[in-house]
Design a binder for this molecule. Sequence first.
Ligand code: HDD
Length: 696
Amino acid sequence: MTKPAAKKSSAKPSVTDLRGNAGELQQQAGGSHPAMTTQQGIPVPDNQNSLKAYERGPSLLEDFILREKITHFDHERIPERIVHARGTGAHGYFELSQSLAKYTTAQVLTETGKKVPIFVRFSTVAGGAGSVDTPRDVRGFAIKFYTDEGNWDLVGNNVPVFFIQDAMKFPDLVHAVKMEPDRGFPQAASAHDTFWDFISLMPESMHMVMWIMSDRTIPRSLRTIEGFGVHSFRLINAQGDSTFVKFHWRPELGIQSTVWDEALALQAADNDFHRRDLFEALEAGQAPAWELSVQLFTEEQASKLPYDHLDPTKIIPEEIVPLQKIGRFVLNRWPDNFFAETEQVAFCPANVPPGIDFSNDPLLQGRLFSYLDTQLSRLGGPNFAQIPINAPKCPFAHHQRDGHMQMQVPKGRVAYEPSSLQPDSPRASLAQGSRSFAEAAVGSKGRVRPESFADHYSQARMFFRSQSVLEQAHITSALVFELSKVQTPHVRSAVVSQLRVIDEELGQRVAKGLGLSPVPDAVQPAVPVQDLPVSPATRIIDRMKPTLEGRCVAILVDEGSNAESVAAMRKALEAAKASVKLIAPRLGGIRLSDGKEAAIDGQLAGSPSAQFDAVASIIPLESGKKLAKQAAAQNWFRDAFGHLKAIAACKGTHAILDAAGVKPDAGVVDPSDTKAFVKAAVSRIWEREPTLRSLA
Ligand code: HDD
């Protein structure tokens, strides 16, 4: 609790109270503030100086204000998540449009039109909490639905498969991908020996490897990633019947990725690129939304598939079991406090309301244990569900008591069941409670892996062959990049031996990119590789939505830029729903041709073009000549061109394009033709790519 506002004193701080300059400057800033207190509510007289025995003397141990402040500070950090440490969260709601009442009793999947509050946390996997937003990495996409029947956590990723088939391998996988333990690097990167050593010896990871080497793992924005629940779950209806379900969610803005060179540039330009993008979108009232869909199938349908749906390294292509849209969710509010919400939120795939149940996927089974366990150490004890972001929003009642950081003050004598002393004490309810599917269990106990999990290459091949020519080239180049960072030759060779089984041409191209001669032999797969029908739905380039909604376009201006042209360009871009930023060689004092000072959003050298989806430039001839000599200006256009972006270049800009070695193509237009620019800017200029890079 805060104390009532202190009386404002007009007196200057005296020499003896020594609040010094900070206090004085703060007073000048004005405002009416509550009086600062300690945690115990004791008013603090001076927040600048510790208590001293005398002027220039030692500080005193009795200074309870100093000790409390420093002690709290010393304990401000909690252990970061072992994986998914770097995250960004937002509040929103989910609205069901199509009831699944035939399949489940879960109200969240049967009550249409109701807005269920949600909290989403996006994350990278490998990097620490302070690492960058744009490495090549899987993105975590965890959703907490605060339903009327308790919290439902859908803890997914933006890739629909996983590296391993059994939770037993998870610590090995994570140890392999994290920074190497002897040297403490690389941070937030899979391009190193231990990761690829592990992968080369784990053929089950090959399908996932194809996905992570694709452009899905270098997204443009958190607002443009897809999400997948990965595992099969079960839906249970009132009769106790079970239907398998896989969850998928797709951004209404369409999927969007960067190109690799751009992702690298972003790591230097803005470590917080994705976090800032979401923050700015929510601040501007642009609430991103996703469609939630399901794939529903029976045990019998599943038994006819040429792979096992309980194996998390497999998908069921949507061409085989179509997606059914059941609702949408919207993110519309940035958290009030990053630590209290985004950092302390605790997800657990075991949190499911009645009507949703688990499958026997051995990876899921391990996850059901791991998350609760990790929260105990990360959040410090068994009462973390009382932290507001984790607490259910529906009534809850149990007999769990005490423990570290207990926040509740339960009343009464009864903390057990059965009891007769307190009629309002909670009791289990067979009618309302969660029920597991009554699956008949037969077989022999053992550390076994089913035969149906033995095929590690067919879906990897299916994925690779489903991709467009450009996407295949990106995957190949990504593999060459990653393996070129591996220092141990036999590890590079071992990966190529695996790739040759997926697709001979892929293996040969990667071997060539690495300069491997002779090309290592292909490994012998345990079971014959099947040529499955391709799944075009796994591509992304031709599924990207041609739109400027959710995108940001920069206009470069300078002293004397034509004000009318700048206004017309802004108007056209904003009409197409783009966010617009004015960039200039300096922040202040840029007067356009109308004599008015423009409000500049970013300084040229500090706002690399990698941060924007397209760039326009409206500058006088003289300014173009001057800027053509500056590396920042040259890089701005060279990168925009190299990252396949549309460019609106006025006459003055051509000097810079020349200096940057940019040869204008169809994606470079004159800013006077705002229509042509908007048309070019809604997508990348993919046809430019082969002219720029020799793709592996
Ligand atoms: Fe996990 C965090 C997603 C396999 C153990 N996982 C975590 C988060 C996401 C996922 C999105 C971050 C949640 C947040 O934002 O707080 N994990 C997945 C997916 C998997 C998966 C989609 C496979 C399909 N995970 C997996 C396995 C295990 C774990 C097999 C262990 C057996 N995951 C954890 C964890 C984390 C975690 C160590 C770290 C922090 C946390 O849980 O709360 O328990």
